[in-house]
Design a protein around this ligand. Structure first.
Ligand SMILES: [Zn+2]
Length: 102
């Protein structure tokens, strides 16, 4: 899992999870306070990992199983929730580099 770029202390799984749930809220290192934001690529990874299984289930699996719309929706919500639990192991964060303006 992700480490702090400054002091190398590891982020907590729940810290990263809550960051994702709060629409990619920056994570502050619990040791040194350095702010880390999710990388551009990881934002898309999160979207793909949640949307693609949901779409596959909603459009392909659910009609084949003959599930009603409310049941399909409920399963997609549970599916998205379960996927989000493993996301902290895949996403990358980077600390904000201060760019000096010329
Ligand atoms: Zn740190």
């Amino acid at each position: 899992m992700q480490n702090c770029e400054a002091c190398k202390s590891q982020f907590q799984w729940k810290d990263i999870l809550f960051s994702i749930w709060k629409s990619y809220k920056p994570i502050e290192c619990s040791q040194c306070g350095r702010k880390h934001t999710i990388t551009f690529g990881s934002k898309y990874l999160v979207i793909f990992l949640i949307i693609i299984p949901s779409v596959i289930f909603g459009l392909i699996m659910s009609p084949n199983l003959g599930l009603s719309k409310p049941v399909t929706f409920a399963i997609i919500v549970v599916l998205a929730y379960l996927i989000s639990l493993i996301l902290p192991f895949f996403v990358k964060y980077e600390s904000k580099k201060k760019k000096l303006s010329k």
